[in-house]
Design a protein around this ligand. Structure first.
Ligand code: SAM
Length: 213
């Protein structure tokens, strides 16, 4: 279902320059976004727009998912932590790329986490582990991670996320106000030194928690 619309969405993301990595394109062509959104907005599933998923939260726009996956430069065996699981869609796309790795996704709202597990099951994505908790504290039981990405806007970079990043790892996080942020790419070099780069503007819902808002 919606295969044609999904293919056209990905082709548009490539044409507009949002998506460069062919592995990300392949994953986004496979993952059925319509199974991750509520029925009343399902017809908009393949528009390039964020959509409401309940509890005042949203599934990110496809171009943001594509850009973040590109910036993560994922490898098949990576261990990845997502902070802000929402619908489970972004984690599912990542799991398609990280074929031999592990994907952990933390969501602070129990209801959304429950729904995300259902969505992932329907989409046949069994390799994402959804955890309920405050992702600003990371998830120490599975640390360290090759990649950590945050899909909610933070006032500053939570220290636990830096600590739980492997040397040679990368953190992607929107930092700024409650309404608009700058996406930061932070590489932890093998020496432990951090290299930060701003990669673009964005507007995520707030990251709520001990090291968030
Ligand atoms: N990546 C999601 C997807 O694919 O549907 C979209 C994420 S939505 C833009 C941001 C999510 O971050 C919301 O579901 C919100 O409840 C969650 N969130 C906010 N603060 C959080 C925190 N401290 N820990 C975990 N999740 C958090």
């Amino acid at each position: 279902m919606y295969e044609k619309e999904r293919g056209e969405m990905v082709d548009r993301l490539i044409a507009f320059g949002y998506l460069k990595d062919p592995r990300v394109a392949e994953a986004m062509k496979k993952v059925p976004r319509h199974l991750f959104v509520p029925e009343d907005v399902r017809r908009y599933s393949y528009d390039d727009a964020p959509l409401p998923i309940g509890e005042g939260q949203t599934i990110s726009a496809p171009h943001m998912v594509a850009m973040m996956c590109d910036h993560l430069e994922l490898e098949e065996n990576h261990k990845v932590l997502e902070v802000g699981g929402g619908s489970g869609y972004h984690a599912c796309v990542i799991a398609h790329i990280v074929k031999k790795g592990i994907v952990i996704s933390i969501e602070r709202m129990e209801k959304l986490a429950e729904k995300a597990r259902e969505n992932l099951l329907k989409a046949g994505c069994s390799r994402v582990k959804i955890i309920v908790g405050d992702g600003t504290e990371g998830y120490p039981p599975e640390a360290p991670y090759d990649r950590i990405f945050v899909t909610a806007g933070a006032p500053r970079v939570p220290e636990p996320l830096i600590e739980q990043l492997k040397e040679g790892g990368r953190l992607l996080i929107p930092v700024g106000s409650r309404y608009t942020q700058e996406l930061l790419k932070i590489d932890k070099l093998p020496s432990g030194r951090l290299v930060k780069k701003r990669v673009g503007g964005c507007a995520f819902v707030p990251l709520i928690g001990r090291y968030g808002w």
